[in-house]
Design a protein around this ligand. Structure first.
Ligand code: SF4
Length: 124
């Protein structure tokens, strides 16, 4: 039997959740959650955890060389390095607007990579 301790991040209460699993990783019990959202979060965390990825993309002809970006939804942690490698090879032409989609549906996760700030075009 295996136990995993988690802190639920679905609301500010931050419930301490314990997930009990058998040796094959089958979830036997989830304790400490005050609501069903916490149960779903805990199940997702032990089966296929997801995260929002915040990072930067290179900008061409901008007043800054980089623009901060993030995924619009949490994406599977197991795809993190593959996603980071795609983002590393990506460039965007200035001007960049907040919320601008830089990469649509990255790796078919349903999440877009969007700019989280503006970068103006450089005046030459
Ligand atoms: S289990 Fe429910 S109440 Fe507790 S932190 Fe998660 S969402 Fe909030």
């Amino acid at each position: 039997m295996k136990e995993v301790d988690l802190t639920c991040v679905q609301c500010p209460l931050g419930c301490k959740i314990k997930v009990k699993m058998d040796d094959a990783g089958v979830v036997l019990d989830i304790l400490g959650n005050r609501c069903n959202r916490g149960k779903e979060y805990a199940m997702q965390e032990v089966v296929d955890p997801k995260r929002v990825i915040p990072t930067n993309v290179k900008v061409l002809n901008g007043v800054d060389e980089l623009v901060s970006v993030k995924t619009t939804n949490p994406v599977p942690k197991r795809l993190m390095w593959e996603i980071m490698n795609i983002i590393k090879e990506t460039t965007v032409e200035a001007p960049v607007k907040i919320g601008q989609v830089i990469i649509k549906d990255i790796l078919k996760t349903g999440a877009d990579i969007v700019a989280t700030r503006e970068v103006e075009k450089v005046n030459k």
